[in-house]
Design a protein around this ligand. Structure first.
Ligand code: TXD
Length: 324
């Protein structure tokens, strides 16, 4: 038997795609092939990245292509194809444009990489993952979306800044859809086991002030994507979404059994059936191996249900438009 390196296909070679390629190479996750419809661009980007291999000391192939055939045999496919948000544009505005693109992408993944694990990043995220699953017909453990890892990292970053502690010690999770209704789990947020709520109360010596500060961090987390969009003027966040998807890909490729919030298919968990939304899962060599069910209190469950309803609206729109 001959061993071979894993193969990672990136569909979309734009801002996020470029960082995905570079991070995959730097971590030697496997050989990378980047597909884009724009002629020569993925070849140019990957050539640029590959030419740093001696300096960075990575020993994997990084190639670009305009031909889906080149993704043949991929173990993981990360999808960023589509258009990013412009200032003032909601994720949902992207629905129609990106649904058409994702449908074509999914048909090609089905044809050329039928055994792959698929991580979707394109917005509106929850709807695009649903469409990917529908068109590929892959089992649910192999089709997932990246949003929660990033949203949680943003939440953890704000907490670390506020408390003046290392972000490495902050555990914070965000559930629900990747939109304004996402649910940062305040009650579970902790610094190496110490509840953030308690630390804030100690810091301010006042419950009301502590709540105000936490509420502001929750709000900033929900709007964090928009904050970056407004500053960049063109395009949306790309470093952090790429890092987040790479964490998921690595968890699968190295069978790490990480517990990460992932846009995953629910089959009755959290009271939701036949539906994709962000929840904690065990991510390992078999993809989404298990949905981790937390006991939500009434307030959290209400926020989660609200978020599910927002995603349902998107799904209904896709049905109306004939995509599902
Ligand atoms: O956390 C998250 N899930 C996200 C998602 C965080 C930030 C941004 N998020 C979304 O990712 C964003 O709203 C977009 O829908 C995707 C990709 O964002 P990116 O910033 O990488 O967008 P770019 O730079 O425009 O890259 C998109 C590429 C570009 O090179 C196009 O030529 C290509 O997609 N594209 C296609 N590739 C393949 N096939 C088709 N049909 C196609 N159409 C466009």
């Amino acid at each position: 038997m001959a061993f071979k390196r894993p193969k990672i296909a990136l569909i979309g070679g734009g801002q996020i795609g470029g960082v995905l390629a570079q991070l995959s190479a730097l971590r030697e996750l496997g050989d990378v092939v980047m597909y884009d419809i724009v002629e020569d661009m993925p070849q140019g980007k990957t050539l640029d990245i590959a030419e740093a291999s001696r300096v960075d000391g990575f020993d994997v192939k990084v190639n670009g292509t305009n031909d889906y055939k080149d993704i043949e045999g991929s173990d993981i496919v990360i999808v960023t194809a589509g258009l990013p948000r412009k200032p003032g544009m909601s994720r949902d505005d992207l629905l129609t444009t990106n649904a058409k693109i994702i449908k074509t992408v999914a048909e090609n993944i089905k044809q050329y990489a039928p055994d792959s694990y698929v991580i979707v990043i394109s917005n509106p995220l929850d709807a695009m993952v649903t469409l990917m699953k529908e068109v590929t017909g892959f089992p649910a453990n192999r089709v997932m979306g990246q949003a929660g890892v990033l949203d949680s990292s943003r939440f953890a970053t704000f907490i670390a800044w506020e408390l003046g502690v290392s972000v490495k010690d902050v555990n914070a999770m965000v559930l629900g859809g990747h939109g304004d209704t996402m649910v940062p789990l305040v009650r579970y947020a902790n610094v190496n086991g110490c509840p953030v709520v308690e630390l804030l109360e100690k810091k301010y010596g006042d419950k009301a002030k502590a709540k105000e500060v936490m509420d502001a961090m929750v709000e900033r987390t929900k709007k964090a994507g928009g904050e970056v969009v407004a500053l960049l003027k063109t395009g949306s966040a790309f470093y952090s979404p790429a890092s987040s998807a790479i964490q998921m890909a690595e968890a699968i490729l190295r069978d790490q059994k990480r517990v990460l919030p992932v846009c995953a298919y629910l089959d009755g968990e959290y009271g939701v059936k036949d539906f994709y939304v962000g929840v904690p899962v065990i991510l390992g060599g078999n993809g989404v191996e298990k949905v981790v069910e937390l006991d939500l209190n009434d307030e959290e469950q209400a926020m989660f249900d609200n978020s599910v309803n927002a995603v349902k609206k998107l799904i209904d729109d896709m049905k109306r438009l004939g995509f599902l």
